[in-house]
Each structure stands twice: as C-alpha cells, then as structure tokens.
Design a protein around this ligand. Structure first.
Ligand SMILES: *Cc1c(COP(=O)(O)O)cnc(C)c1O
Length: 360
C-alpha cells in the first residue's frame, strides 16, 4: 500500500489514523457485529456516535448553548436555498461576492427575495477580500452573507465584515476547524464536510436558536426547514450516518492534536513554507494579495499554461496529486487542509524548487 500526498480541494485528504480506525471497525463496530453502515440510525450505538460527535464539535469550537448543531445533507450548495427559505423574513439580504461560491449563493437567494450585492472583488478575479469595515448594509436586510474562505481563489477574510447589527451568515466549508472561531459573532455558520472534516454527504450547520423558527417562506419543504432537523436532533429521517461517524472520529483526532489553537499554529507553519517559497521563486508566483491569503487553499501559476500542465503532470508522477487549479482559473492550487501533514507541504516545495531549476 502506498499513499500519495493529496492536495485535492475536496473531497480531500483525511487523517490516516482516522481511516485506519474506521478500517479496524469496518466489519464489527465495537462488538455490535455489524458495520456502522449497516446499523439503524435509531440504535443505541448510533445514538452514541452522533451525540458524541456533536459534543466534540461543541468542545472544539466552543459553541454556546444557544446555538444548535445540525447534521444535514444536500451539500453546501443546498444551503444556498435553505438559508433564504428559512432566514429571509423581509425577503431582503446582502451578499458580499468574493468568488464563485458566494456568487452562486447570491444567485440562488434571488429566487426568494431581493439580493443586494454590497461588495465584490470580481474586478480583480477575486484575488482579494474587499474592505468590509463600512459597507452600505441594507436597512431591511435579514442577514449579511459571506463565503469566509474562498476555496477556488485562495482568499480568506482576516476580519469579519461590520454588518451594522445584522445577522452574519457564513459559508465556512473550506476553513471549518482550521483555527479557533468566535461563534457568537455569527447568526449561522455552515459547511460541507468534504473539505476539511470528513466524507462528502454531510453538511454541518451551526445556527443561533432564535433563528430556527416555523416562520419560513411559504412552500418551504419540511426537509428544508431547519426546525424540522433541530426538533429531531438531526434524526428526522435517516441521516448520512456513516459520514457523521467519520466526522466524529476527525473531531476526536483534532482534540488529540490539541484543538483548534494548535491546528492554527500547524496550519500557519505549513502555509508559511509554501508562501515563503512563492514569494522568492523566479518561476512560480501566488495569485492572491498577501494580506488576504488563505491558510487552506494556495493557488499559484508559472504564467505559462503549458508549463503549468507539465508541472501538474510531473508532480503527480512524484506522488503529489491533485495540484491542478480549478477549471475556472487554471494554474495550480495546493489545498493544505488540517489532515495534510507538514511533510507533504515540504515535499511539494522541494519538488517546486527542483522543477524551477529544470525549467528556467
Ligand atoms: C465546495 C464548496 C461548496 C460546495 O459544496 P457542495 O457540498 O459540493 O455543494 C460551497 N462553498 C464552498 C466554500 C466550497 O468550498
């Protein structure tokens, strides 16, 4: 068996310890004689799995008691509709456009009400985060929406926007659990698990209790109403049970690593070797304004599409996989999520140095 260094943006690398544990429990989960994939979601064993997963997540993020944690399905993209259906009481919301995901979310919300795009960085290919300290937040906006870490473009908000008292809703898919977060600053945070947490198929939403009501837009399906899932503790119907089980293991792994403060330190150290090299390289360069750089997704280019393609191909042959940039931007992108070890990033930088020498 040999594992590669997998720089995929998602589904992405998971901690090897977690995969090994899951393998050990595959045929017989702790004396139940069955796999977690085969057991009832109403069983005692699964109830323990989901309860512990929620508690561990609460511990890691310091989630206050007045916030609910929901394990949902439909991908992060389902939330693009679910958010307006549940939160757009006045049918007005403000969106800050920092990339494709925020753009898609705004477009979907438009089906339900008026969407004000109060800031955007599209003028420079989303290579920066706009100044959000004094935006024209709409008087009647139900919420202000952001995508906090832009997976495709490699930018991250270093400071949350000043929402002038409005509820902040944030897509944290690609920075979930990468560093400590003050949950109280948000009305809602959510993300798909397949970037930095677990397998695709699970979406985790953390929502302030008072925002979870029966007062949703007319016609909102039962399954797309937060209250349905909050009342049933994420067991209204069959949840993505195996995915939740793996997420739970990742939460325990993160706790064992020292929690989110320790992860932040590790992630900063990992990102620094790569960014430092990009800053001094005479072949490669990063595509993002330095102050807005993401710790998780690092896009870079050589400036020559053919050379980029050669790099991706040769890197793959050297065991460094999935370095091709998003189809909408080209170039390269290294996603260096929590589970990517420092050694993986160091190996990438060594390979880039060698490639630079050979191709200058
Ligand atoms: C991947 C991604 C999405 C879309 O996730 P799906 O689960 O495929 O719907 C949304 N937002 C961000 C920030 C992402 O990285």
């Amino acid at each position: 068996m040999s594992r590669v260094y997998n720089f995929s943006a998602g589904p992405a690398v998971l901690p090897e310890e977690v995969l090994r544990e899951a393998a050990d429990e595959m045929l017989d989960y702790r004396g139940t004689g069955m796999s977690v994939m085969e057991m009832s979601h109403r069983s005692k064993a699964f109830e323990e799995i989901i309860t512990e997963a929620e508690q561990d997540l609460r511990d890691l993020m310091g989630i206050p008691d007045n916030y609910r944690v929901l394990f949902l399905q439909g991908g992060a993209s389902q939330q693009f509709a679910m958010i307006p259906m549940n939160l757009m009481k006045n049918r007005v919301a403000d969106y800050i456009i920092t990339g494709q995901w925020a753009k898609k979310a705004a477009k979907e919300a438009e089906k339900y009400g008026k969407v004000n795009r109060i800031a955007s960085s599209e003028d420079r290919t989303f290579s920066y985060i706009p100044d959000c300290s004094d935006l024209p937040v709409s008087e009647d906006a139900d919420y202000v929406y952001i995508c906090e870490n832009n997976t495709i473009y490699g930018t991250k908000y270093q400071q949350l926007p000043n929402t002038k008292g409005k509820i902040l809703v944030s897509d944290i898919s690609s920075c979930f659990l990468s560093e400590p977060v003050d949950v109280t600053r948000y009305g809602m945070l959510y993300g798909g698990a397949q970037k930095n947490i677990g397998p695709a198929g699970v979406v985790i939403a953390i929502i302030r209790e008072d925002l979870i009501t029966e007062d949703v837009l007319p016609g909102t399906p039962t399954m797309l109403t937060y209250k349905t899932h909050a009342d049933a503790k994420s067991l209204y119907n069959t949840p993505p049970a195996y995915g939740i089980y793996i997420c739970g293991k990742v939460f325990k792994w993160l706790k064992a690593q020292g929690g989110l403060a320790a992860m932040k330190e590790r992630n900063e150290k990992k990102a620094k070797v790569l960014y430092d090299f990009l800053d001094e390289s005479r072949l490669f360069c990063g595509t993002v304004v330095p102050k807005d750089r993401s710790l998780m997704n690092v896009p870079f280019v050589t400036g020559d599409a053919d050379l980029d393609a050669k790099f991706v191909k040769e890197a793959k042959a050297a065991g460094l996989e999935n370095l091709k940039g998003h189809r909408s931007v080209g170039g390269m992108r290294a996603s260096i999520y929590n589970a990517m070890p420092y050694e993986g990033v160091a190996a990438l930088v060594d390979f880039m140095k060698k490639f630079e020498e050979e191709n200058r």
